[in-house]
Design a protein around this ligand. Structure first.
Ligand code: 7TS
Length: 404
């Protein structure tokens, strides 16, 4: 694969920051966008812009065709059985909230158990806390071991008939841990629980097959996989989506409306009230085409290479603590330096043109578990290079000298 050429597809990477070449290692927060995605947005607004679904004129039909074609692309990317199982949302957070509000309101009762893990992003934790409060259900968590993997020995006692919801992150944004989602979903299914996987760090990074995983719902965001911000999706098993009430009321989600009552369209339209983010969806489609042109397996292998190099080189730094399992791991390395607070380190790195992220990464309970106020995190995508990893190492060595 010609990775140096692929890198040139990302115009933003070719710039200086504070007099140094930009090294962008904050991909777990948001990825950069290739020219083809940017051009798809410009093309849509310059040539096809119109509202979808309602128009019989040419532009509306073009916009609708382009919009709806992306549903199939998403379905194929994540192995859904049919494209009607894909609901467009603003991203992972909104997808989880849809399920934690609508599914939970219909099917969760007082005393039921919602089983999560100790490494969930707040967006797969707080919505369930709200659902528990509303329903009287009880929250439980699979603990995280010192090596950053889940303590699966607790499953026999935790995965009981009372568990009605099991949800966990596919790849942890704070540890890099790749959870055995297929096995976990099988265990949850065996006790009759509904399953939802948070795939924010997985889609576009590793091959995802929701049918092989065997989950009921799968949530992800476009912006972490080369698509624009503000667009993502919720996969839901069709029978389940069909059994659910609508979420937002409004245009596009109804069949017939009287002053007193309405009846609702079948999924996915039932969950997509109002004018959607048409440009965002078209951008998501362009991102999927782009990623497929490289190949998700090749992307996974490239990210694993860069991550392994970074992990190995970073483990040589004096006073560093690396969090999460060495391998397998997602494309990130989170660490704590004895000599510097993460925010100070990230500010220091920024003066050298290096974009890291420091803080709790929206996983405060996990930081508490590891007894750190936060960590610094370098996260990679396929357009990063070995030379950038080496440049980061220079900067980290300088930081150790500076702060010690
Ligand atoms: N779940 C995981 C595992 C995530 O990493 C994130 C975002 C979300 C959910 C929420 O995604 P959103 O697109 O709805 O915001 N993670 C991060 C991060 O690690 N740094 O900034 C955002």
């Amino acid at each position: 694969m010609d990775w140096p050429r692929i890198r040139t597809d990302f115009p933003i990477l070719d710039q200086q920051v504070h007099g140094h070449p930009l090294v962008y290692f904050d991909n777990a927060a948001s990825s950069q966008k290739p020219r083809s995605v940017i051009e798809a947005l410009v093309h849509y607004y310059q040539c096809d812009n119109a509202n979808v679904h309602r128009g019989l004129h040419e532009l509306s039909m073009r916009a609708t065709d382009a919009f709806e074609a992306v549903r199939g692309k998403v379905a194929r990317l994540i192995g859904a059985a049919r494209e009607e199982e894909i609901v467009f949302t603003r991203g992972t957070t909104e997808s989880v909230n849809l399920v934690a509000q609508i599914w939970a309101q219909q099917f969760l009762k007082a005393g039921d158990v919602i089983l999560l893990t100790g490494m969930e992003h707040h967006s797969n934790l707080v919505p369930w806390q709200l659902a528990a409060k509303r329903s009287g259900a009880v929250l439980k968590h699979i603990p995280v071991l010192e090596d950053g993997t889940l303590d699966l020995s607790t499953l026999d006692s935790l995965m009981t008939e009372q568990v009605k919801v099991f949800s966990c992150v596919h790849i942890s944004n704070s540890l890099g841990t790749m959870n055995p989602v297929r096995e976990l979903c099988a265990r949850a299914r065996a006790v009759g629980a509904m399953t939802l996987i948070d795939g924010a760090q997985a889609v576009g990074h590793v091959p995802v097959d929701v049918q092989a995983i065997g989950c009921d719902f799968y949530a992800f965001s476009g912006h972490k996989m080369c698509a624009p911000t503000g667009i993502g999706a919720l996969y839901g098993r069709y029978a389940l989506l069909e059994s659910m009430d609508p979420w937002h009321g409004g245009g596009e989600m109804i069949n017939r409306v009287t002053l007193e009552t309405s009846d609702y369209k079948a999924p996915p339209a039932r969950f997509e009230a109002g004018t959607p983010d048409i440009a965002g969806v078209i951008g998501l489609g362009a991102a999927i085409d782009y990623l497929n042109s490289i190949g998700i397996a090749a992307i996974e292998a490239r990210c694993a290479e860069l991550t392994k190099l970074a992990y190995t080189r970073m483990s040589e730094l004096p006073g560093i603590r690396l969090l999460g399992p060495e391998s397998p791991r997602g494309a990130l390395v989170a660490f704590a330096l004895e000599c510097a607070h993460p925010h100070d380190l990230v500010e220091f790195a920024n003066t050298q043109g290096l974009a890291l992220r420091g803080g709790h990464h929206c996983t405060q309970p996990l930081m508490k578990r590891f007894k750190v106020p936060g960590t610094s995190r370098a996260s990679f995508y396929f357009y990063n290079t070995e030379a950038e990893v080496e440049r980061m190492m220079d900067i980290l060595h300088q930081a150790v000298t500076f702060f010690s």
